[in-house]
Design a protein around this ligand. Sequence first.
Ligand SMILES: NC(=O)c1ccc[n+]([C@@H]2O[C@H](COP(=O)([O-])OP(=O)(O)OC[C@H]3O[C@@H](n4cnc5c(N)ncnc54)[C@H](OP(=O)(O)O)[C@@H]3O)[C@@H](O)[C@H]2O)c1
Length: 342
Amino acid sequence: MPFHRFGFCYRSVMPALLIREFGQAAEVMELGEFPTRELAANELRVKLLASPINPADLNWIEGTYGTRPQLPEVPGTEGVGEIIESQSALFRVGTRVIFLSYAHGWQSQRIVSADDVLAVPNEIAIEDLAMLKVNPATAWRMLHDFVNLPAGAVLVQNAANSSVGRCVIQMARELGVITINMVRRAELCEELQLLGADIVCLDDEAGKQAALAFLEERGKKAVLALNAVGGESALRQLDLLENGATQVTYGAMGRRPLTVPNKFLIFRDICFRGFWLTHWLTQSSRATIALTYENLLEFVRQGKLEQPVDSAYDLSQFPEALRGLNAPGRRGKILFVPKHND
Ligand SMILES: NC(=O)c1ccc[n+]([C@@H]2O[C@H](COP(=O)([O-])OP(=O)(O)OC[C@H]3O[C@@H](n4cnc5c(N)ncnc54)[C@H](OP(=O)(O)O)[C@@H]3O)[C@@H](O)[C@H]2O)c1
């Protein structure tokens, strides 16, 4: 059923996944139609090629994310598309783009301002482009924006098998930075070590002791902790840090608050920071953003940045896609790849 939130006459509707109220994705998401219209100056019509399901999308649908959209709206933080109509002198039809503002990627096509996209090369695989904006950029910025990380420095991260975690491992390997990687499942150790992880430990007390022994052998502690979980997991990281080190919280997968004993502030001077890519994208210059993504594209071109894909679904298959998120042993991201009739 189409809807009429916008105050303009629309010329047709396009398939899209929609939410009309906040809640669990499986309960509130529906396949619907989103209005489309003639382009205004400086606008592009973009056919969506692929868009992943990220944890942030589920929070956005729940209404617990850092931004809360006016509903109804189309989810999808990131994605890649191809321009099929252009009212901008800077962008030609056929160019592939990623979205610098919220992508609304779970639909077949959308209209976007030319100011809100970045052209990306056609020779790079669609899946890599679809997953370029969020997790690789988050990993890259966290490795560069908080502490000095010379070769030989040590960082610790939890949820190390997540997409962000895998990006951190691969980028740190290139930078010569040593990574201590905490995970929930022992079977991940070998594959993360093949990716470049220096040590992989279970995210529990025994794992922390193994990480401490690894540090003792090297006579140093970590200068940076990357926290995507919170609660006890975040707290365990603090014992692996040297005095004055920084913990950056960027996710809350465990949905538990970080309660910090006073000693880490008084005696250890640990610095607690946060990172949000949305904030970085709105605060940074276009040149800084373009340079960051050029660096990331170069990693991808050289085969040095892999983000595994578990499976891909058409928009109409969204119930299966959502069920796949919680399937045991999921091997990577789940993508929406809309079918197009052209
Ligand atoms: N702040 C930012 O700008 C920013 C940007 C990108 C991502 N993020 C955040 O970073 C986190 C990872 O994102 P992603 O896309 O890389 O994730 P992902 O690939 O979907 O992986 C999810 C990770 O979270 C772990 N996990 C799931 N439930 C958990 C729980 N209850 N307790 C502890 N760990 C749990 C998973 O472990 P198993 O495999 O063992 O289930 C896996 O390691 C998310 O919180 C996301 O919102 C933030």
